[in-house]
Design a protein around this ligand. Structure first.
Ligand code: C2E
Ligand code: MG
Ligand code: MG
Length: 576
């Protein structure tokens, strides 16, 4: 018999058309998860299926004849529509109701109520669905969505919600909210050295420790990898937090054995307060993060309370960026030039253009202070184009005025180099200034060669094909290998200033310098040492076969006019 015909039979029975007992029909009713209860005109339970016993937790014998309203409210169930033809009439569908089991416990349920005529008697048929499991599943889903899977702590979403709730409650009670953000010191090295299983165990350990030291009502959250946060309400004074912060740090610095490995870690903490430091949740988080950075900066394993002064560098950078935009328009940049000499100092082999900013109130600002700011926006591309053009014009002017072969080197920033128009702009600048490409050199840092290698190699070839030489600046600070370097059409390596400085004092500086010279020569490249300040450095570099020198020993970077005078007066060969 098909299911359809079983339902038809059920309908017929409910309508009183098939009065005889049908075992098959009873079996069908008993197999349902939903409880089916037939209620007579007096409101007493007349018949039911097996699920009703399970739902209400008592035997059929105890239920038959009982007042149905003791099991569930029968009034207030919304009528949702008329019965379809052939259906039991007057189907009513309830909102969620509260049922009561025989032991007195309440449970959520929905009831569908319909009218039926059975054996000529008007009855109600209630179909009861117990929602307990459904609600539990929903709760689990909600928890999964709001809790961090690894530690079970609140996740970022729940943390934000709790932070806002804490603000509201503190505003009503007139107290403070402390937001504490915490980072583990050296978590990356735990992951690298012990593996992710132990890294995960450490995060769980930290979560449990934080839960232990905080109070009920505080929120402990994990915001990211090893980033935790605690929201605390009900504080009277900011200083009240100090004891807790110190306790957390002491606790987390204790060695701990996890999965058989003994770990020593620590943490840094930043704290900001509502409403003292900010009343905007995102801003308060930023300020707690700023305090955290300050804590990390003062040596790890400490905590810091947010102070406006911590924002001073960021504010200064903002002001500088605004000034920098104006500087491009106001033409406040100038190029200084520093000579490069051959190893015996007799001949000047070129000049490096180094940009300076003549700030209207600050005086000369060095590139180390503004290039990183320009790099973080499109400003660097404009500034870079200006530098390139100014250097090419200067090189051409020197060529025309009696220094026929003085190449000028221009530093190219990563942002500028990545700009898709870079090679085209270079070509255009050479054409427009009329400079012989052989008198231009580009200084590109080692780090830039590592990004997107194939594209960089292609770009190097395009530049090389124009006749422009390429130097690798600050060489030795990156990780280029011999095999790697071979793939780039490069002309010169510039040994980083830090190695040259350490040449005569640190064995490592000397070893690296010697290795760079050998490596460069094995690839037929010229090697230049930058930052040369002492005669002893020259002696060493010369003994190792270095080709060129640049540094304060010969000249500081100079404005172009001073550079031309320096050039004409330079005679001093180096004493060796
Ligand atoms: P860099 O290209 O490695 O330039 C060498 C830096 O070392 C220059 O600093 C120079 O003044 C300094 N220097 C030269 N000889 C000595 C020495 O004997 N002792 C010491 N202590 N320092 C020496 P500067 O001009 O402050 O430039 C710093 C960095 O800023 C440059 O490093 C370069 O990376 C960047 N930069 C400078 N001008 C430009 C530019 O026009 N464009 C781009 N993208 N970057 C530039
Ligand atoms: Mg340079
Ligand atoms: Mg350099």
């Amino acid at each position: 018999m098909s299911a359809r015909s079983l339902f038809e039979q059920l309908e017929e029975r409910l309508e009183g058309q098939v009065p005889q007992q049908d075992d098959l029909l009873q079996a069908l009713l008993d197999s349902l998860f939903d409880g089916v209860i037939v209620i007579d005109q007096n409101g007493h339970v007349r018949a039911m299926n097996a699920a009703v016993e399970t739902i209400f937790g008592c035997k059929a014998s105890e239920l038959i004849g009982r007042d149905a309203s003791s099991l569930m409210p029968l009034t207030g169930i919304r009528q949702t529509g008329k019965a379809a033809p052939g259906q039991a009439e007057g189907v009513a569908c309830g909102d969620e109701l509260t049922g009561r089991r025989s032991n007195g416990t309440a449970f959520p349920m929905v009831v569908n109520l319909s009218q039926a005529t059975i054996d000529g008697e008007a009855m109600k048929v209630a179909v009861v669905r117990d929602l307990t499991e459904h609600r539990r599943a929903e709760e689990t889903i909600r928890e999964l969505a709001l809790n961090d899977g690894l530690t079970g702590l609140a996740n970022r979403d729940l943390f934000h919600r709790r932070l806002e709730e804490a603000f509201r409650s503190a505003a009503q009670r007139g107290c403070l909210v402390a937001l504490m953000v915490l980072n583990l010191d050296g978590f990356k090295s735990v992951n690298d050295n012990y593996g992710h299983t132990i890294g995960d165990a450490l995060l769980k350990h930290v979560a449990r420790r934080l839960e232990k030291v905080t109070r009920k009502g505080d929120t402990v959250a994990r915001l990211g990898s090893d980033e935790f946060a605690v929201v605390m309400v009900g504080l009277e004074k900011p200083d009240a937090i100090r004891g807790l912060a110190a306790r957390i740090l002491a606790d987390l610095s204790k060695p701990v054995t996890l999965e058989g490995s003994l770990l020593r870690t620590g943490a840094s903490i930043g704290i900001a307060f509502y409403p003292r430091d900010d009343t905007d949740p995102d801003e308060l988080i930023r300020k707690a993060d700023t305090a955290l950075e300050a804590a990390k900066g003062t040596g790890r394993g400490t905590y810091r309370l947010y102070d406006e002064i911590m924002d001073a560098p960021a504010r200064a950078a903002k002001v500088l960026e605004a000034d920098l935009r104006l500087a491009v328009v106001r033409n406040e940049f100038e190029l200084f030039y520093q000579p490069k000499l051959c190893i015996d100092g007799r001949r000047v082999t070129g000049a490096e253009a180094l940009v300076r900013w003549r700030h209207p109130t600050r005086g000369i600002v060095s590139p180390g202070d503004f290039i990183p700011i320009a790099e973080s926006s499109d400003l660097m591309v404009h500034l870079g184009e200006w530098v390139l053009r100014a250097a090419c014009e200067q090189a051409k002017a020197w060529q025309d005025s009696g220094f026929p072969s003085l190449p000028v080197a221009v530093n190219i920033s990563a942002r500028q180099f990545r700009d898709s128009d870079f090679v085209a702009a270079l070509k255009r600048t050479l054409q427009e200034t009329g400079l012989d490409p052989r008198l231009l050199e580009l200084e590109i840092t080692e780090g830039m060669m590592m990004e997107d290698t194939e594209q960089v190699i292609d770009e190097f070839h395009l530049i090389h094909d124009l006749g422009v030489e390429i130097s690798i600046d600050d060489f030795g600070t990156g990780y280029s290998s011999l095999a790697y370097l071979k793939r780039f059409p490069v002309h010169r390596l510039k040994i980083d200033r830090s190695f040259v400085r350490d040449l005569t004092t640190e064995p490592d500086g000397a070893a690296i310098t010697e290795a760079v010279i050998k490596m460069g020569h094995s690839l037929n490249l010229k090697v230049i040492a930058e930052g040369v300040e002492l005669e002893e450095q020259v002696t060493y570099l010369r003994s190792k076969g270095c080709d060129e020198l640049q540094g304060f020993l010969f000249s500081q970077p100079l404005p172009s006019r001073d550079f031309a005078s320096w050039l004409t007066s330079w005679k001093r060969p180096i004493a060796v």
